[in-house]
Design a protein around this ligand. Structure first.
Ligand SMILES: *[C@@H]1O[C@H](CO)[C@@H](O)[C@H](O)[C@H]1NC(C)=O
Ligand SMILES: *[C@@H]1O[C@H](CO)[C@@H](O)[C@H](O)[C@H]1NC(C)=O
Ligand SMILES: *[C@@H]1O[C@H](CO)[C@@H](O)[C@H](O)[C@H]1NC(C)=O
Ligand SMILES: *[C@@H]1O[C@H](CO)[C@@H](O)[C@H](O)[C@H]1NC(C)=O
Ligand SMILES: *[C@@H]1O[C@H](CO)[C@@H](O)[C@H](O)[C@H]1NC(C)=O
Length: 244
């Protein structure tokens, strides 16, 4: 190191001279950052969204069974300033027998932490796993892990309230609900896939779709003195889209 120092100093002097002889050295941050970067976007946003208050957040859905409150980029633009796709969260509050209908997240694995109560969490493995059903009850302070894109669901099997906090490695993990998606597949395609009578398929298509959080499980409803219809918000699908 000692031997090479004079050479290094000489090189620096020569470099400095070359720069001085050419242009004044006036590099501004803008020359390195010509486009808005994450920090400048956060500053422009004035850090609205640095703190997200679930009690003040706008629920995506409210039903008599509970509510779904997302902290995702559509609700919190601050999340768009986090690198590598950012992060997202959601709280699902579940009343007795309430649940999240079967769905997948196309852009994010899910890690869900039980805030209070109990939830029966299940997922259906991909074809290479023989579509194995994996289902567990999780209770307060436990976490479950759902792989990206895997079909899953949850249900409160008790007569007490429950809630969990879902975390995603993506500001916009997306949701695809299984039943409304299935019901939009033309009847003859479903008939070809299952052999089920087309009139029966059209009968299923005539049922309204349950908005999450929905409720159900005949045994649970009976045990908790609830009825299905009285405790659900039902959103009819657009019939002209359904009947194929
Ligand atoms: C940014 O937030 C601070 C603290 O809440 C506030 O005092 C200030 O007025 C805000 N500025 C703008 C431009 O909104
Ligand atoms: C979860 O607990 C309920 C009772 O609260 C029980 O009926 C159900 O079978 C349990 N589910 C699993 C997957 O163990
Ligand atoms: C969950 O953790 C909190 C904080 O440590 C504790 O007060 C609570 O008793 C725990 N719940 C259960 C069911 O162990
Ligand atoms: C349901 O109703 C029965 C009969 O009125 C009562 O004994 C039971 O405690 C009720 N259960 C709940 C969970 O409210
Ligand atoms: C139902 O779907 C049809 C076909 O896509 C569309 O033309 C119509 O506007 C929709 N009606 C409603 C109420 O959304």
């Amino acid at each position: 190191m000692a031997k090479s120092t004079p050479v290094f100093v000489l090189a620096l002097v020569a470099f400095g001279a070359a720069v001085t002889n050419a242009q004044p050295f006036t590099v501004t941050p803008q020359q390195f950052e010509p486009f808005p970067n994450e920090a400048s976007t956060r500053i422009a946003d004035n850090y609205t969204g640095f703190v997200f208050d679930y009690d003040k957040g706008t629920p995506l859905t409210v039903t008599p069974n509970g509510m779904l409150i997302p902290n995702q980029v559509s609700q919190n633009p601050y999340l768009s300033t986090l690198p590598d796709g950012g992060n997202g969260q959601a709280i699902l509050r579940l009343g007795p027998c309430a649940g999240n209908t079967p769905h997948t997240h196309p852009r994010g694995s899910e890690i869900s932490f039980m805030l209070y109560g109990t939830a029966e969490f299940g997922m259906v493995e991909e074809n290479d796993g023989n579509n194995k059903l994996v289902i567990y009850n999780i209770t307060q302070n436990q976490t479950i892990h759902i792989p990206q894109g895997i079909l899953h669901f949850s249900h409160n099997p008790t007569c007490e309230p429950a809630a969990f906090l879902a975390n995603f490695p993506n500001r916009d993990p997306g949701v695809q609900s299984m039943w409304p998606s299935m019901m939009r597949i033309p009847t003859h395609i479903l008939n070809g896939a299952t052999g089920i009578d087309e009139r029966l398929i059209n009968g299923l298509k005539a049922f309204p779709i349950v908005t999450t959080p929905g409720t159900g499980g005949e045994e649970c409803l009976k045990r908790c003195n609830l009825t299905f219809a009285a405790n659900n918000v039902l959103t009819p699908l657009n019939a002209s889209e359904l009947v194929a």
